[in-house]
Ligand binder design. Structure first.
Ligand SMILES: Nc1nc2c(ncn2[C@@H]2O[C@H](COP(=O)(O)OP(=O)(O)O)[C@@H](O)[C@H]2O)c(=O)[nH]1
Ligand SMILES: [Mg+2]
Ligand SMILES: [Zn+2]
Length: 333
């Protein structure tokens, strides 16, 4: 297997039974604009067009290649003289949001992420409720989150701000950083293992693209100065893009700023991430136990002595019961 495919994280596909063959060109989507995608392959980046099936299914987001997807490329040239996507491989994870339409539907933002970096500024952007919503967006898709608090170099009330976050983190690692300083980024980046992929989410202007450029060592993404009283509707980053970090640094996906986290609830992915909790839940007194105030709740009993379970329990309650205010959860037993 080639170094390039390894760097793109092909191991995750192979542990799920995918077999590489010589005749198939495999790649990972780094960018998608309308009918075209950029795919990173062993032979470098390739522009490809969607096939007929993808095009016909414009309404079904699950059939359109998203950034992070693994695809097989058909090298016989199409009319447009670009190779086309032959197959979209099954996703092993996804970060989605709830998109508003006639009926709410799933919009896949990033395919096959292993981790979500929630980015929030410590400057005037700082808002614990919004941070909690972004964290919930990751958890409800069954994904672990790491919180980066940018612009630590610009503020001086750090301990007070960290204290405000304590009740909402539910075990999430948190790092005050300066996106312009590599030394402050080493610790959070250690969460991203070689071949793994992290999605960046957060409001506009918090430093997501600056982070990507800093890690790449050159300016791949456009960044923009934020004027204090004029940050309405300006998104410097307008597309999602997967970037391969140098060395064995993993993959990172930049996304346009989101005004608000729209939460998509992914039952199947929750079953995987919260399996330990759900196993315990089978021993609760009531079969329909919500693990809130019910007596003889195995989940809460375990959580009272086990910090990891306590954190999982808080995350799980927030996303499954739609509790938006974490202080509404029953207190520790
Ligand atoms: N001082 C300082 N400025 C930052 C930091 N992170 C981002 N910036 C600046 O904030 C502005 C917006 O950053 P950008 O990466 O475009 O934000 P994005 O919208 O989240 O991608 C740019 O002018 C960056 O230089 C930081 O940690 N410290
Ligand atoms: Mg940006
Ligand atoms: Zn229970």
């Amino acid at each position: 297997m080639s170094d390039q495919l390894n760097q793109l994280g092909v191991q995750a596909l192979m542990t799920r039974g995918y077999e590489l063959t010589k005749h198939v060109m495999l790649g990972r989507v780094s960018r998608q604009d309308r009918q075209r995608v950029t795919v990173l392959t062993e032979e470098g980046p390739i522009r490809a067009v969607l096939n007929q099936k993808n095009r016909l299914s414009q309404k079904n987001e699950n059939l359109i290649p998203a950034v992070g997807d693994w695809v097989e490329i058909d090298r016989t040239l199409a009319e447009s003289e670009l190779p086309s996507i032959k197959a979209l491989l099954p996703r092993y994870s996804k970060l989605s949001r709830r998109a508003a339409g006639d009926a709410p539907f799933e919009q896949v933002l990033v395919a096959n992420p292993d981790l979500v970096f929630v980015v929030s500024g410590l400057d005037q952007n700082f808002n614990p409720n919004r941070i909690q919503r972004f964290l919930s967006m990751a958890w409800s898709c069954g994904l672990p989150a790491v919180l980066l608090l940018s612009k630590a170099d610009l503020i001086d009330q750090l301990p007070e701000k960290l204290k405000l976050l304590e009740p909402i983190l539910c075990g999430t690692p948190v790092y005050p950083v300066n996106m312009h300083s590599a030394s402050t980024l080493a610790a959070p980046l250690a969460h991203l293992k070689s071949g793994q992929c992290a999605a960046l989410i957060g409001s506009s202007g918090v430093g997501k693209s600056t982070l990507v450029n800093q890690l790449l060592g050159f300016d791949q993404m456009i960044t923009r100065e934020v004027r204090a009283f004029d940050d309405k509707g300006r998104h410097t980053t307008t597309h999602r893009e997967l970037c391969v970090l140098p060395g064995s640094g993993g993959l990172i996906i930049d996304t346009p700023g989101m005004r608000e986290a729209q939460i998509w609830y992914d039952e199947a992915q929750l079953q995987v991430r919260y399996r330990n909790l759900l196993d315990l839940a089978r021993h609760c007194k009531f079969t329909n136990c919500r693990h809130l105030e019910e007596p003889d709740c195995s989940v809460r009993n375990q959580a009272s002595t086990d910090v990891a379970m306590d954190n999982l329990w808080r995350q799980y309650c927030l996303v499954t019961h739609g509790i938006t205010d974490i202080s509404k959860l029953p207190s520790k037993r």
